[in-house]
Design a protein around this ligand. Structure first.
Ligand SMILES: Nc1ncnc2c1ncn2[C@@H]1O[C@H](COP(=O)(O)OP(=O)(O)OP(=O)(O)O)[C@@H](O)[C@H]1O
Ligand SMILES: [Mg+2]
Length: 240
């Protein structure tokens, strides 16, 4: 992405962020950190073309988003929202539906493996999806997206409704997936321990821009800015 700018408001005057420049490498695991309201979710949504930048460009392998089919773009870069949206029908219908929509074969073994890997081995997949708990819905939405094998997974606080044990399972599963499939992860989290355990790179949003972009260990040991140092010492409570 190149010099991205997002403004807010009817008059489009207030700048949410500007001069956001970054690239995502294959199989890179990126944690996006920053205080509430910095535009982390907005940035992910822009990357998935679910929102538009006011200036700047987004490129996929050298081709601008302006010259790309948004549907194909979203199959490569898939956004997984914090509030999971279930389609009607059973859990299994939910897992299969997207394959029907995308005309891709449904891999039942893979679905079972991912369910088990995320602590859902005992979930009755004939159950109505709308009856699932928030944390179950989050994991089903995540599995649904993973099974389409996008090249980049854009993850918006996807473990926010999970207890620590299940959150760890999801982290491990996603890390393995990224290593095996070459999938890049761009993961917004308020959990610094989580960021340190899964990510190779940290993006820190502050001062209305992407203030730091560092190898994760380096970011936590020796952040370049005072703002990041304060953030690491006193992370604001999550705003969910
Ligand atoms: N469509 C919109 N129209 C107007 N304002 C918006 C819109 N979307 C987001 N905002 C505003 O943009 C700012 C950034 O929102 P965003 O959800 O991207 O923040 P965030 O960094 O993800 O915060 P959090 O950590 O709380 O999830 C907020 O002030 C929000 O109210
Ligand atoms: Mg957010």
């Amino acid at each position: 992405m190149n010099k991205l700018v997002k403004r807010l408001g009817l008059t489009e005057q207030r700048i949410l962020f500007e001069q956001v420049n970054a690239a995502v490498d294959q199989a890179e695991r990126i944690a996006i950190l920053g205080a509430s309201g910095q535009g982390k979710s907005t940035l992910l949504r822009i990357l998935a073309l679910l929102d538009v930048p006011d200036e700047g460009d987004l490129m996929w392998k050298g081709i601008s988003y302006r010259d790309s089919d948004p549907r194909i773009w979203r199959m490569r870069m898939t956004y997984v929202a914090q509030q999971a949206v279930m389609l009607s029908g059973s859990v299994e219908d939910n897992l299969k539906m997207v394959h029907l929509l995308h005309r891709q074969p449904y891999d039942q073994d893979l679905a079972q493996r991912l369910l088990a890997g995320m602590g859902l081995e005992n979930l009755d997949i004939q159950k109505r999806a709308s009856d699932l708990s928030g944390g179950e819905k989050q994991r089903i939405a995540l599995i649904r997206s993973m099974m389409l094998r996008p090249e980049v997974l854009l993850l918006d606080e996807v473990t926010a409704s999970l207890d620590r044990t299940n959150a760890r399972l999801v982290e491990e599963q996603l890390t393995r997936w990224s290593q095996q499939e070459g999938t890049s992860l761009v993961w917004v989290t308020h959990d610094q321990e989580q960021a340190q355990s899964f990510s190779t790179t940290t993006w820190f949003m502050g001062n209305q821009t992407l203030l730091e972009r560092q190898p994760t260990a380096h970011f936590f040991d020796n952040p370049a800015t005072d703002l990041a140092r304060q953030f690491i010492m006193h992370p604001a409570p999550a705003a969910e």
